[in-house]
Every structure is written in structure tokens, then in C-alpha cells.
Design a protein around this ligand. Structure first.
Ligand SMILES: C[S@@+](CC[C@H](N)C(=O)[O-])C[C@H]1O[C@@H](n2cnc3c(N)ncnc32)[C@H](O)[C@@H]1O
Length: 448
């Protein structure tokens, strides 16, 4: 065993190690038990750390069934391998090579299962969530909460792992999108391919009664003769999400018409759903229950001490207007957007400084609620960016003197009664190569 550090923390080179021995042995020998094969494209330190925790915390059987960062245990492939392998998502031919290579490089991280159905800003990497669920010791049959679920990454991952999930978001569009992603894990895909043949008539129906969801639904049911066994509503919702997704694409890019985008996105969704349903049946996975609500994370309608784990990511800053991004979709769900804005964390207040203070007050309430609903001894993980630059501007102090949001959130957690277990740093490299630093802050509600 190579011992690089002495007890005092200094580098101990007294053994004068043979370079060939060190290089041949490799570092993984010291980290992982023999027979574990890491997922490809793993490239960041936090990923290696999560893989290490999974390898230490999970049994061999659990590693095979639910680990996120391994593709092989001994000679057997893991469930994660089966879920992610094959074409990640059906990317349209006209997509840029940058987009195509993004999906290929991220095959095991994101885009798999139903996660790729709608591109949502600020979405978690599902692979990271899966590993966090594992290391937080949440087991099948237990219940996890994401009080700000966005596109529903936590409920989708949990459900596939047999863990019940409660998801809340202030935006009715997020609730809808997350519901479609979860429901599609349970859809009977018999008639999906048929929808593709009728894409043009479906599109014009949707277009003709725009903004009246019920009228659209009725027309859809009447014009498609679904068998009794088919859950018509799940199918309608899936196709309606395609309509919204394609509407967004058509607004952003004039390369194709809304109808053309509708066709290619419908095909992409059908391929993704058919694939995850086939894998689910092959692996005999039984997706657990999900309860997804439009609500306010500052006032959660859940009993005290009833939740087995919480993972969430608040708005990354106190100035991202999530509703504005989704405005064209939201009009189908809520007429009065200003009413929604009153509950959106990060949006209230005028000047940046005021926004910042209201943001912290709101986060204080959210963390208080998380503490109340969580069982003692269990974990609450918050993923949050440092946001140094914005705080420095809001408070008019140098960036070096700013306590990052991660530290402030950790202190709020400690004040509520949590103990701080660890904060793992994580670089976020976006498609546009912008880089941000965020932290995975792991808190534990102390045992009584
Ligand atoms: C960073 S995003 C979460 C993204 C999510 N983790 C995912 O994987 O898609 C933050 C979310 O918080 C929601 N939000 C803002 N204020 C809220 C509130 N008071 N209660 C519940 N959700 C809220 C926003 O609508 C947004 O979807």
C-alpha cells in the first residue's frame, strides 16, 4: 500500500519508491476494490470522490443494482450500464457537431432514461444525483424529497431506483415537465410509433386550439382510438411536451419550422421512452411512486420527521428569472405570471442588495422546512454555486472578502440544527465553456 502522506500531513518520500512500481500499480488500486470498472468519460475529481464513496458504502449487490459510477462489478454489467448504453438520445441530423459530441461524452452522466426529454436550464447531472442517493443511504421503499425539483431529475432517478419521491416546484410548467418524465417510465408504449405516422394531423390539432389545454386534450382523445389499456393522459402529456419543446426550438432557431421540429422531437422522445421501457422490462425494474406538486418550498405540506432524504438545488443566484425563460410554455398553465413571481426565490426585491437579503430570508425558511420534515439521522444535500461575483456586486465589497453562498447556506443549516458532513467542490463547464464553481453541501439531521 503506498502511503504518500506522513501522519503530520507532510509528503513522505523516504521510501524512495521505484517509479515503475508506482506507475504500473496505478492509483485506482489504492482507491477501489478489484473488479470494479468505472463508467467511461469520468473526468472530474468530485465524480471520482462519489465513485469512491459508493464503492465503500454499497454492498456488491447494491453496486450492481444501483451504483452510478460503475459499469462492471466483476464480470457482470451494472444496471447503470444497461440504462445508459446504446444511442444516448436520437439527436437530429442537423445538430451541430458540438451538440452531438456533448451527448456522446455525457452518455453516462445525463440525457439517459427520460432525462433528455426537455432541455432545462440548471438541470442536475442525473448520474451525480444517483450517487448522492446511494451515499445518503436511501433505500428502495423509502421516500426522498426535492422541494425545488425543476425538471424532476431527483424524482426520475429515485423512481427508477425503487425509491418513492415527492417533488415540489413553484412553476406549474416544471411540475408538468417532471410529471411527464416520471410518467413516461411507466407508459405502455404500444401506440407511440403510430403517433409518429400521424404527426402532421396531431400538430395542426394542437395548433388550432392553442392555449386551451382541455380542448386540446379532448380533440386528441377523440381523434386517436386508444385501447382501454392505454393511459391516454400520459400519452397526451408526452406529446404536448413535444409541442412545447418544438415551439421553443422554432422560436430560438429559424432553421426549421415548428412542424418540422415537432416531428423530429416527437421521434426523439419516442426513441427515448421506448428504450427506457425496454431496459426497465429487461432488468425487471419497478419504478416507485412519485408525487409531484406545484408548491412553495418555504411552506411544505408534509408531516414532521417523515422524509428519508432530501436533495435540492435552489436558484443559483438571486437574479435568474426562471419564469421568464419558460414564459412561452407557462402561458398554457397560468394566466397570471406576476402571481407566480411572488413565490419565486431570487426574484423578489428591486436593487441587487435587497434581492440578496430577501433571497437569504427565503433560503432560511426553506432549510427550516427541510429540517422539520426530515427524519433524524438522515441527510439533506444542497447543491449551490458560490456566486461570489454577484454577492460582491450586491454588497459592494471585494470578491476576496465574500463568503460564498455555499458557506452561508451551510451556516444556515448548522443554525437550524444540522451538522455539516462535507462540502464537495464541483466545476461546472457549460456547453459554451463558461465555468462556475459550485458545492455539494451534505448536511445531517442529528440523531435525537
Ligand atoms: C436550479 S433550479 C432546480 C433544477 C433541478 N435541480 C433540476 O434538476 O432540474 C431551481 C428551481 O427552484 C424553483 N423555485 C424557485 N422558487 C421556489 C419556491 N419558492 N418553491 C419551490 N420551487 C421554487 C424554480 O422554479 C426552479 O425550477
Amino acid at each position: 500500500m503506498v502511503e504518500p502522506l506522513s501522519k503530520t500531513g507532510e509528503i513522505d518520500n523516504s521510501l524512495n519508491k521505484n517509479p515503475v512500481d508506482v506507475i504500473q500499480q496505478g492509483m485506482f488500486f489504492n482507491l477501489f476494490t478489484e473488479g470494479l470498472e468505472l463508467s467511461p468519460n469520468l473526468s472530474e475529481v468530485y465524480e471520482l470522490a462519489l465513485a469512491y464513496y459508493e464503492s465503500r458504502i454499497l454492498t456488491k449487490k447494491e453496486l450492481l443494482k444501483s451504483s452510478a459510477y460503475f459499469v462492471k462489478v466483476g464480470s457482470a454489467f451494472t444496471n447503470h450500464f444497461y440504462i445508459c448504453t446504446g444511442d444516448p438520445v436520437k439527436i437530429p441530423e442537423y445538430s451541430s457537431s458540438r451538440l452531438k459530441s456533448f451527448f456522446i461524452n455525457n452518455q453516462f452522466r445525463t440525457g439517459y432514461s427520460t432525462h433528455g426529454l426537455f432541455p432545462y436550464r440548471g438541470k442536475f447531472h442525473p448520474q451525480m444525483i444517483k450517487a448522492l442517493i446511494n451515499i445518503m443511504g436511501i433505500k428502495p421503499g423509502e421516500t426522498i424529497l426535492d422541494p425545488m425539483m425543476g425538471s424532476g431529475t431527483v424524482p426520475v432517478e429515485a423512481s427508477l431506483m425503487g425509491i418513492n419521491a415527492i417533488g415540489i416546484d413553484a412553476s406549474p410548467f416544471c411540475r408538468f415537465m417532471a410529471q411527464v418524465k416520471c410518467d413516461s417510465l411507466k407508459i405502455i408504449p404500444v401506440c407511440l410509433d403510430d403517433l409518429l405516422n400521424k404527426y402532421e394531423s396531431i400538430f395542426w390539432e394542437f395548433n388550432s386550439c392553442s392555449k386551451n389545454l382541455n380542448a386540446q386534450k379532448n380533440l386528441f382523445y377523440n381523434n386517436n382510438n386508444f385501447a382501454e389499456t392505454v393511459d391516454k393522459e400520459k400519452i397526451f402529456n408526452l406529446v404536448f411536451l413535444v409541442f412545447l419543446d418544438s415551439e421553443g426550438y422554432a422560436q430560438r432557431s429559424k432553421r426549421k419550422s415548428h412542424l418540422e421540429y415537432f416531428r423530429s422531437i416527437l421521434e426523439r422522445y419516442i426513441v427515448a421512452v421506448n428504450k427506457i421501457i425496454a431496459v426497465k422490462n429487461h432488468l425487471k425494474l419497478k419504478p416507485a411512486n412519485t408525487k409531484l406538486l406545484q408548491g412553495d418550498a418555504r411552506k411544505i405540506d408534509i408531516e414532521n420527521n417523515s422524509i428519508d432524504g432530501i436533495i435540492f438545488s435552489p436558484p443559483y443566484s438571486f437574479a435568474i428569472d426562471y419564469l421568464k425563460n419558460d414564459l412561452s410554455h407557462l402561458k398554457y398553465f397560468e394566466k397570471d405570471i406576476s402571481k407566480l413571481n411572488q413565490n419565486m426565490i431570487g426574484m423578489r426585491g428591486k436593487a441587487l442588495k435587497e434581492k440578496y437579503h430577501i433571497y437569504l430570508d427565503d433560503m432560511d425558511k426553506v432549510i427550516s422546512e427541510c429540517y422539520r420534515v426530515l427524519k433524524s439521522g438522515r441527510f439533506c444535500t444542497i447543491i449551490i454555486g458560490t456566486n461570489d461575483s454577484q454577492i460582491s456586486k450586491a454588497l459592494k465589497i471585494p470578491k476576496e472578502d465574500v463568503a460564498g453562498l455555499n458557506k452561508i447556506i451551510k451556516e444556515i443549516g448548522i443554525a437550524k440544527g444540522f451538522s455539516h458532513v462535507r462540502s464537495l467542490p464541483r466545476q461546472i463547464v457549460g456547453m459554451a465553456n463558461t465555468m462556475r464553481q459550485e458545492y455539494i453541501v451534505i448536511l445531517q439531521k442529528k440523531e435525537k
